[in-house]
Design a protein around this ligand. Sequence first.
Ligand SMILES: Nc1ncnc2c1ncn2[C@@H]1O[C@H](COP(=O)(O)OP(=O)(O)OP(=O)(O)O)[C@@H](O)[C@H]1O
Ligand SMILES: [Mg+2]
Length: 258
Amino acid sequence: MVSQIHESAPAYAPPVAAITAHDVHKAYTVDNRQVEILHGVSLAVGVGEIVAVMGPSGSGKSTLMYCLAGLEAPSSGQVTLAGQPLEQLSRADLARMRRSQVGFVFQSYNLIPTLTAAENVALPYLLGKRKPPADLIAGTLATVGLSERADARPPSMSGGEQQRVALARVLAQQPEVIFADEPTGALDTRTGELVLAELVRIAHTPGRCVLVVTHDPKVAAACDRILFLRDGLLVQELRQAPVEVVASTLAGLGRNGA
Ligand SMILES: Nc1ncnc2c1ncn2[C@@H]1O[C@H](COP(=O)(O)OP(=O)(O)OP(=O)(O)O)[C@@H](O)[C@H]1O
Ligand SMILES: [Mg+2]
């Protein structure tokens, strides 16, 4: 059941891939020094899949998400998203693609504090000069359990409520590919289950897929596959694994850099 991923071998390739990475390296410049965070990551996420990325804090999960979503350019290697090689897209094409086909739930929520929850959810429509569909906005807020907070502004909302507004904003766009970085991190168990069920439902809708970073073995166990990142390398993969197996695999990775 547990399959080891070798550094040079591409991970399991689903029949139709919505996201692919080939030998992705990412370095940042810190104090005039290049520090490499990702050391050659290859993966494929298929249409119709929800895939979890797990790993110790600092192992590069968010960095990997940024590279896959076209928010950061890899130092080397190739990424394709919704069938498009990202390095061949102009900035304008990339921005257009991110607006129309890709949704990203950030670890920090990036809400506009002066707008209400409903206005934050409608914002991408307004930025794209499209009329926000009122029913869809209201329906999405209901899906994440926030109907009664539609008129609240982020500073008056709890962390979990803000996280759900950020998620609703992505869901209301109905993108083909959703990247979610710790989408249940600030939520209580019941709300977390609600959000997770919605992400699984969306991933299994024709033409969609979801990539989710999580520290929670329960979230990962609900996904079709789990990729384990350690020190900037994918080191293991599980497929439809029970919670206990996920938890022990994660524990087996140890602390990052350990
Ligand atoms: N812009 C940046 N400049 C320099 N170093 C960075 C930058 N972004 C991330 N790093 C470093 O890269 C490493 C991986 O960070 P990343 O945010 O990808 O980790 P993570 O696995 O998402 O961790 P967590 O579980 O805590 O969110 C960390 O050591 C971090 O300090
Ligand atoms: Mg992170």
